[in-house]
Design a protein around this ligand. Structure first.
Ligand code: CUK
Ligand code: CUA
Length: 624
């Protein structure tokens, strides 16, 4: 609007018509000036936007009652969850418990979600890093979100119709699943990138022999969530990304030294990005060229291996400088860009070239010097890469075709650097993991917030900073700071039109029979077993009271019979550690042993109506 434009800081940025050598200096100047622009708007009235935003121009805020353009799916790190935010507002819309028990959504309270957690290994927490949304034809299809558990070596799937975790696979032979991504263009496989090296199987046999340790890439069927195969490699692995054409999967790695102490792990100057040849791996599996370990075919992808006819290696090792961490494939599918924590360059690897060259090192087409501590790279739709610089606390914008033209170590491809606050890990741009990013918004997930927010004790929030990147002339514009509970590592940004969330449950999607009004039942099966089928609606349960006997095993199946969207109930049972959340038309079940005689007021924990506080049922446990 004009009013918004009038309030924007009046800063005419110089148009850059410079030779390449001068570009760097000018780029730095642009960075400084856009930083200043951010400050100016904080000092103006602009910062007190009606959406409660702090700082940034009003152009990218979302007014009360209006919807965001994008869903942002952020990992929650060691909370074990996924957070859903709206972009550009950065408002948190929902949290999805994945690896942890969570009471607001009843995850791990009802039978179904408890079984998912139990089948996933029975752990009470996880460490989510990389949320990736399924794709069809290299574009988001909005069906599933996959996310790793770095802590316990698992992969989970979230159903994006219900925004609910529906499967967890406990990956064998792998202690930490770090990177997570899929085979493209159509999510044919989901890949978990094994990080820690452990003996395989890890049953105590080789604890004293690090040479016998290994790490594996795991391929999982997205429909069944079964492990299809694994590939053992040399060294550790870290992050991963899929080539757009479906042949290659890339994983960074460190510790090619295969050490077990930090000194040992960082001794050599080179590590390797691994390029997995997916068809060659399938050939090896089909030809029986694998060892079965813990019930999984494990293909030998170590450097010395050459399993297939014609000595076609299943993994190609591309030498990259010290301890590469991030890897991501450009939207055009032409390059995989990896960057090392301990080296100031990014390595631009030609995807087609990998298949053609004899020496994988020859597939390296560019190596620009971008700054200190480059970690992760995202893309816009105009040929720019954006790389986080952990040590410099900056995001560097650079031109990846220019990097292929330039000499190795050159700073010429740099377009701009912008400060972030502080020490960024991942960053993500709108749909930057697809073949068609929008190039408008970018979120930098900063590890340290230091003094950016009111102090809240010695554990600080992180700072997720959102930029508008759609105007190359004006440069990157810092729009928003969002404090984040520890700790997002990576995110996916998906246009709202590509996600179709359910408004209510569809009982036919569920394996438990719905209990309509009038069909409630209380059945004593035998001396110690009771089955209750009941419903909930505003403001009552089917039974105002139920009586069971001490020691009974009680199963409650309960349906929310509401058909109105957003009328949510729950059934909380005090002292029995139970809270089932019930969205409209949802049915949940729980079984517990009534081992303490007494009176228990089961109540609804979602404030659902004027008589919400009266919505309760008295459970009487009679002494035997
Ligand atoms: S991430 Cu997992 S250590 Cu850089 Cu992809 Cu944070
Ligand atoms: Cu139902 Cu409160």
């Amino acid at each position: 609007t004009d009013a918004t434009a009038a309030r924007r800081p009046n800063l005419e940025l110089p148009r850059l018509e410079l030779g390449r050598r001068d570009f760097m200096k000018a780029g730095a100047a642009v960075g400084a000036m856009t930083g200043l622009a951010g400050c100016t708007s904080v000092l103006s009235d602009e910062g007190n936007g009606s959406d409660g935003s702090s700082g940034g121009s009003g152009e990218h805020s979302v007014a009360p009652g209006e919807h965001d353009e994008y869903y942002g799916f952020l990992s929650g790190g060691h909370t074990g969850e996924i957070r859903v935010v709206g972009i550009p507002s950065m408002r948190e819309l929902m949290r999805i418990p994945v690896f942890q028990t969570e009471s607001a959504r009843g995850f791990g309270h009802d039978a179904k979600s408890s079984e998912i957690l139990e089948e996933g290994g029975g752990y009470t927490w996880g460490d989510t890093h990389h949320p990736r949304v399924s794709q069809t034809d290299n574009d988001y299809d909005g069906r599933w979100l996959f996310v790793n558990d770095k802590a316990n070596g698992r992969m989970a799937r979230v159903d994006l119709e219900y925004f609910e975790t529906d499967a967890i696979t406990n990956v064998p032979n792998s202690q930490a699943v770090h990177g997570a991504c899929m085979q493209l263009p159509d999510t044919q496989l989901v890949f978990g990138v094994g990080e820690f090296r452990v003996p395989m199987p890890n049953d105590g046999r080789d604890v004293d022999d690090p040479d016998a340790y290994g790490s594996v890439l795991t391929a999982i069927d997205p429909e069944t969530m079964d492990v299809e195969w694994q590939v053992e490699v040399d060294g550790n692995m870290d992050n991963g990304d899929g080539g757009k054409e479906g042949r290659w999967f890339f994983a960074t790695g460190y510790n090619s030294e295969e050490g077990v102490t930090q000194g040992e792990m960082t001794r050599s100057d080179r590590d390797y990005m691994k390029a997995f040849d997916i068809p060659a791996i399938w050939d090896a599996v089909e030809a029986g060229n694998y060892e079965e370990i813990s019930g999984v075919p494990v293909v030998d992808g170590t450097m010395d291996s050459s399993l297939n006819e014609g000595d076609r290696p299943v993994v190609r090792y591309v030498p990259t400088p010290k301890s590469p961490h991030g890897v991501s494939v450009t939207p055009d599918g032409n390059y995989a860009i990896a960057s090392g924590k301990l080296d100031p360059t990014c390595t631009v690897i030609g995807v087609e070239e990998i298949a053609e060259v004899d020496d994988p090192a020859d597939a390296i087409l560019g190596q620009p010097r971008v700054g200190m501590g480059p970690l992760h790279t995202a893309y816009d739709d105009r040929g720019h890469a954006y790389t986080t610089l952990f040590i410099d606390s900056q995001v560097v914008k650079w031109d990846y075709e220019a990097a292929v033209e330039a000499d190795p170590g050159s700073e010429e491809p740099i377009v701009e650097k912008h400060d972030v606050h502080y020490n960024p890990g991942h960053l993500i741009a709108s749909e930057s993991y697809t073949a068609s990013p929008q190039g408008d918004y970018l979120v930098s997930l900063n590890k340290l917030s230091k003094d950016r927010f009111l102090p809240v004790g010695p554990i600080h929030p992180e700072n997720d900073q959102m930029f508008y990147i759609g105007d190359d002339d004006a440069g990157m514009e810092l729009v928003k700071d969002k404090p984040s509970y520890p700790e997002p590592h990576d995110a996916s940004i998906v246009h709202k039109d590509k996600i179709e969330p359910a408004k209510t449950w569809d009982p036919s999607d569920y394996d438990l029979d719905f209990v309509p009004e009038g069909e409630e039942s209380f059945e004593r099966i035998d001396d110690s077993t009771v089955e209750i089928e009941m419903w909930a609606r505003r403001n009552e349960y089917a039974f105002p009271e139920v009586t069971v006997r001490e020691g009974d095993e009680v199963t409650i199946r309960i349906s929310n019979v509401e058909t109105t969207s957003d009328v949510i109930h729950s059934i909380a049972i005090p002292e029995y550690d139970i809270n089932l959340a019930l969205a409209p038309q949802d049915t949940r079940e729980v079984t517990f042993t009534a081992d303490e005689p007494g009176v228990y007021w089961a109540y609804c924990a979602y404030f659902c109506s004027a008589l919400h506080l009266e919505m309760r049922s008295r459970i009487l446990v009679e002494p035997r």
